[in-house]
Design a protein. Sequence first.
Length: 492
Amino acid sequence: MMKRRTFLKRGSALLALAGSTGLGLAGKAGLTGTAHAAGVAMPLPIPRVLDNLDNSGKTATFAMAVQQGSVEFFPGKPTSTLGYNGNFLGPTIRVRNGQPFKFSLHNTLPEVTTLHWHGLHVPARWDGGPRQPVPPGSVWEPEFTIRQEAATLWYHPHAMGLTGKQVYQGLAGLLLIEDEVSDRLDIPKTYGVDDIPLVIQDRRFFTNGAFAYVQSMHDIINGVVGNYLLVNGALQPTLTVHGGLVRLRILNGSNSSIYRFALRDKRSFQVIASDGGFLERPVKLDSILLSAGERAEVLVDFTDLSAGKEISLQVDQIGGNRFDAMQIVVDRPSTSSRRVPETLRPLARIPESEAGHVRRFSMETMSGGGMGMGRGMMGGRLTINGKKMDINRIDERVKAGSTEIWEISNRSGMMMAMPHSMHLHDVQFQVLSRNGQAPPPHEQGRKDTVLVLPGETVRMIVRFGDYKGVYMYHCHLLEHEDDGMMGQFEVY
Ligand code: C2O
Ligand code: CU
Ligand code: CU
């Protein structure tokens, strides 16, 4: 304890030295000898697929332990981490629509955690939010049926006030749903070979290698922004592919960063899926913006890339750093003649006339208090409709199966123009408009998380599900969420 305190103090001093650049505590020059700097290409780690413990293949039965670990992101400077069944991050869970699902989580940590299925239509009592704490040493065993079309979802802890810290330490993983549509489509689907999971997160480190999580009020208001980028837990790894079409399933798994993704040589790609699954048809883009918690699946054509030639995945942190996140290299030319399909799946727009109710949400970050004040002093400032999360208060009641319009406004004070990322549990919604304008085609699919920039109002239409109970809505900038930018809706 003593040790940790001294260490934090030292970190703060370093942070003060780093000044307003936000470059964190371990400057790139300060930590040499990374795998990349040493010229050793680290292959992109692919999270393993979690074993189904049920041999009949009917019920998806999985077990995981959440545990403490250690990773040497920098040789000789071990970082204390958390992971599921490992040191950092967690395995990929693959299930099929219609499949009964049984899961067991053993919490071996000395603190409470939860496991939330982000994006999943799930009974409220198995949602894994702050209402389902898993105390140290205990086992949590949800059981339900997957009732959802193919999508790239994810899971992460969600204990009250601890989400950001635990995700930062390494708790996150992918949950992939497959269905007849994903079976039928002629798209890359060999996991880890041409269907590549990418969990993108940034981190900040102390010079001794420890993660430098929230150090100040500034970190809470702005979110913790890192100066190192991890792809599946690795710094600047190399992905080797066989050319042709490659599918990237991208998760912005960062705590609070908004990323713009592009290929360094500016080649375009086709977006085929948003948070909740396939779009109606591919959308060609040359960069895509994802806020914290959002996903996209894209197809990139490497047919023209000659063997041995490298290009990099470029990640721009909005208002922050530019990273060459990952090198992509083709080991041999592709023999496949696969083309991007013209259509993916029918996707009916929910008609606005179906909505019986409009609710308005105002996400507020007000200036005041100022730097150097304690967390409590600024406590009233990050709110939704002027309120902070209270687990004993239900903020909204919605009827099961009903359709509503939710209007989310970002009313940042002038001095605190912060983006927010609104997320709803249990549902996939459709974005109707952003400041009155129709969203771009790649944002017209099913979504569970949406970026709301300062001054913007995003209108979305939501069909609530049939499971009754209490779910969360919140800003997915995890420092905002933990500070109370969250509310509860009850489906009745
Ligand atoms: Cu991804 Cu309420 O969370
Ligand atoms: Cu969620
Ligand atoms: Cu926010």
